[in-house]
Design a protein around this ligand. Sequence first.
Ligand code: FES
Ligand SMILES: [Fe+2]
Length: 426
Amino acid sequence: MLRTEINELLTQTGPGTPMGELFRRYWQPVLLAEELPENDCPPVRAKILSERLIAFRDSEGRYGLMDEFCAHRGVSLWFARNEQGGLRCPYHGWKYDVTGQAIEVPSEPETSNFCANVKLKSYPMVKLGDVLWAYLGDPEKQPPLPEWEFVTVPEGHAFTSKRLQECNWLQALEGGIDSSHVSFLHSGNLDSDPLFKGSKGNQYNKGDLKPFFEVVDYEGGLLIGARRNAEENHYYWRVTPWVLPNFTMVPPRGDHPVHGHFWVPIDDEHCWAYSFDYHPTRHLTDVEVAAMRAGMGVHSENDAAYRPVANKDNDYLMDREAQRRGETFSGIRGIALQDSSIQESMGPIVDRTKERLVATDAGIIKARQKLRKSALALQEGVEPVGNRPQDQKVRSVAIVLPADQAFVEGIGEAMIAKPGVPQTTV
Ligand code: FES
Ligand SMILES: [Fe+2]
């Protein structure tokens, strides 16, 4: 249970809010690279952390991310023409380059210096892997570029998608931290989803519905270990890293690609779930990529605006018969929509003053504490962690350990991403 003011502190990420300022110390996914596929392609709306921005790619392939609205009289530059070297507002023809600098104001005399003094707010945006990343914070505090393993593996090893989730970022993140729901909500999918089925770990998952959670601090965030019974005197551990503020990674299953998420606030009542899959030591197969594109695993089938086809307007295409037959536990098809349907059902911002937490919520409790502490410490000038390359070279782990061994000792360096080294998985 949280007090109202703490719930507000954790869930509000607009400019000037404590959590918003914390988020502004990190490179965040702002678009998929496929949204700006070529030079001079149409501009794209990119709202993040309650800021309405426009993104485009100019004639030389440079990316621009800036205030959505024209400095003249506020027209949305989504309507702009992407012309040679800049975006031209369609109302009176003011033109901007990728830094937001006005480079033409046609109504002004050629000798006038007017446009030199007009600049839209703009932010750096770079392509790494399949994702365009933006940094919205103080330029003086800009961290190094992200080095998450899913953006640094060789070409062909990774796949990334995104979907709109119609609720606050924190309740989406909390779903990523709480792996106790897997044995219930996703139980129907462990044996049927081509990106999950067949691993030994699935049997342990389904055989023990009372996982014990152990949460351990590490520099970039938390390691959340879920312990389930395995063979005699052994436990099956699934270890989920959470890296501040909004990165989580699902533990692997067999030789399947491993997956994870960024939960990126759009505004306080919507977020993007950026969902990635990668394999550290091999290409994804055509069959795997086809399954991801079809919305299996952690991905979803979406419309052109990245809103899932199954959404709250159609009750997520609930199938009571499939629920009754046990094909799906909740009646909703697909792991991604199982998560977002129940999280959206909690309301746009869940009222955490009314919740009743139990032992399996230990990871969520600790993550909230760390987020709150980091946001308040930043106000006192203490820079956060999670934005340094060493925090980002992290992996999830699935492993069977002797019953008397602590999971942190047992996993050793398996949670550290090393190029070319296989994942530790069961
Ligand atoms: S409003 Fe954009 S040029 Fe006038
Ligand atoms: Fe889930």
